[in-house]
Ligand binder design. Structure first.
Ligand code: PPE
Length: 320
């Protein structure tokens, strides 16, 4: 269950958590007209640090641009709002959920007479697919649902409506006893999980589907590309046939929420050794060292939150 914090940022002001409400006839409720982000803030020995805050702000603005949604805030202003929310809520580690939505006004598909409302909330959130899964890996299936096809819902936008497709994938997986589903794209090639990008390790190389395979341009995906560079692991963006999943040496999901989660089976076929493989482990370790501030912040990915208004004991320390 969601664990409330005190304040939510709304169009430049901090409001109480319980006042961040919208009308049932807001445009977004009928038509799914929202774009959003998911960001993690980690506990470090220099205080809370938001991971790749600028990149998330930029992706939010890009998602909005695709949908002709005007957000009257810059990357810097949005980044500052993320810092404010973490600071006033006195959390040490948390998940941030910025959302821009089309609000209450007219009610018809054309959204030009609906205001755009921007909210940023934060709350504690543990591991996505289960703490133990970071070590042991998850059992997944290939979904019978395809990922959103090109020129239908734009996959490069992180839009609320896309997650109707994700829900179908995730629910089907759950009903059949899997932790997650992997969707194929319209052409039948591997795309991504309902809320994660996917990487394959094969013969010492990393493979991941290209942006044209209906994937979200994941910020963790990009982080893994840079980590692979640091570790000298070759990486290729390429279309991936389904059966390559079954014969992969290692497989793992990436995402803000799932971080780096190994996959130990697909459709009940054991992947590699059936637990986290050595390349996954190396990459995962580096990922956690970076986000937790244990190694130098070479790419300037951490935005530290000053202790400004944290006069009482912070909550959430050690949650993640
Ligand atoms: N693909 C999809 C469809 C996706 O939703 C996410 C994030 C990713 C890839 C990875 O993107 P990034 O977080 O930028 O590396 N999914 C979010 C969880 C969705 C949910 O609310 O559940 C997330 O990881 O925060």
């Amino acid at each position: 269950m969601l664990q409330p914090t005190e304040k939510i940022w709304h169009n430049g002001r901090l409001i109480p958590w319980e006042d961040a409400k919208i009308h049932v006839l807001s445009h977004v409720v009928s038509y799914g007209s929202s774009v959003f982000e998911g960001i993690r803030c980690y506990h470090t020995n220099k205080g809370p640090a938001i991971f790749r805050a600028n990149d998330h702000a930029l992706r939010l603005l890009r998602s909005a641009k695709i949908y002709r949604m005007d957000i009257p805030f810059s990357v810097d202003q949005l980044t500052a709002s993320f810092v404010d929310v973490v600071r006033v809520n006195r959390v040490e580690s948390c998940y941030l959920r910025p959302i821009a939505l089309r609000g209450y006004g007219a009610l018809g598909v054309l959204p030009t007479n609906n205001p755009v409302e921007v909210y940023v909330a934060c709350y504690p959130w543990g591991s996505y697919l289960g703490e133990e899964c970071l070590n042991s890996g998850v059992d997944v299936c290939v979904s019978s649902w395809n990922r959103i096809a090109p020129n239908t819902l734009p996959a490069l936008a992180k839009a609320g409506a896309n997650y109707m497709n994700s829900q179908l994938i995730r629910m089907e997986a759950a009903v059949n006893g899997y932790s997650e589903g992997i969707a194929l794209d319209e052409a039948g090639y591997v795309s991504e999980g309902s809320g994660e990008n996917l990487f394959i390790v094969q013969d010492g190389k990393l493979l991941t589907p290209p942006l044209g395979a209906s994937v979200l341009p994941g910020i963790t995906r990009d982080t893994i590309v840079k980590i692979a560079g640091q570790l000298g692991i070759p990486i290729v963006e390429t279309i991936i046939p389904r059966e390559l999943l079954y014969i992969a040496d290692e497989l793992f999901f990436t995402g803000t929420a799932c971080e780096v989660t190994p996959i130990r089976s697909v459709d009940r076929i054991t992947i590699g050794p059936g637990y986290r493989g050595p390349v996954t482990e190396k990459i995962q370790k580096r990922y956690f060292d970076i986000v937790n501030g244990r190694v130098s912040d070479e790419f300037n990915w951490l935005t530290f939150v000053p202790a400004g208004e944290r006069e009482t004991e912070p909550i959430g320390a050690g949650v993640i």
